[in-house]
Design a binder for this molecule. Structure first.
Ligand code: R1P
Ligand code: URA
Length: 237
């Protein structure tokens, strides 16, 4: 499909990139997924150590690649994957900080929508506000897969923020009041790129921190919780 193509950030050297790709923020999480779950995995990217791999899962071709942190990084990788390499289904798998009382560490979040404090959408010059939403087809499949595995899962609106360390201590309370489930830093850019290109996107998150309760997972605890999220995402291949 995309044998000789390359971009400033992705050089596959002839290794195919599948139409469905999992996108963790951390490139080492991409390596872990390839080594743990994929058969016949081949590496297709190492530019800037943003590792990417293609292999098969339950007989279906799937790729996985890191995106880095924040909207600019996610947006440039997802743009290249969509427009240069023909990727059609983009599934972010990441961590988030919960801001609702009924949520707990390790819960899964399916981002039906992604509100944002970023200005990325302004490039489209829309005559109004745009709702950054997931592909219903991917969302529905992921919800069914999570339910089948008996995992605690929340579906709703998240916040994609440009700010990890916010100078305004009241900012998250305002988003909490609007029903936002949790905070991360990439999804709105992914959903906007997907909407503009007419392809499918979904974000699946694991709660790694409860921001308002000041709870955190340890690195060891995260490993197990993250495999739940990965196994749900792999069912979308
Ligand atoms: O675990 P990842 O996918 O990197 O996601 C979250 O973690 C990073 C911040 O620590 C941000 O990228 C945020 O979105
Ligand atoms: O609190 C958190 C945890 C993960 N990712 C974020 O962006 N914020």
């Amino acid at each position: 499909m995309n044998d000789k193509k390359e971009t400033p950030h992705i050089k596959p050297n002839g290794v195919e990139i599948a139409e469905t790709i999992l996108l963790p923020g951390d490139p080492l999480r991409a390596k872990f997924i390839a080594e743990t779950y994929l058969e016949n995995a081949q590496q297709f990217n190492s530019v800037r150590n943003m590792f990417g791999y293609t292999g098969t899962y339950k007989g279906k071709k799937i790729s996985v690649m890191g995106t880095g942190m924040g909207m600019p990084s996610m947006s440039l990788y997802s743009w290249e994957l969509i427009h240069i390499f023909g990727v059609k289904n983009l599934i972010r798998i990441g961590t988030c900080g919960a801001i609702q009382d009924h949520m707990n560490l390790y819960d899964l979040v399916l981002a039906m929508g992604a509100s944002t404090d970023s200005r990325y959408v302004h490039q489209y010059n829309l005559p109004g506000e745009f709702a950054n939403i997931a592909s219903f087809e991917l969302l529905d499949k992921a919800k069914k897969a999570a339910d089948q595995k008996g995992l605690p899962v929340h579906v709703g609106n998240i916040l994609t923020s440009d700010i990890f360390y916010n100078a305004d201590p009241t900012a998250l309370e305002k988003w909490q009041k609007m029903g936002i489930l949790s905070v991360e830093m990439e999804t709105a850019g992914l959903y906007l790129n997907a909407a503009y290109a007419g392809v499918n996107a979904l974000t699946i998150l694991t709660v790694s921190d409860h921001i308002l309760r000041r709870e955190q997972t340890t690195p060891e605890e995260r490993q197990t919780a993250f495999t739940n999220m990965m196994e749900v995402a792999l069912e979308l291949a």
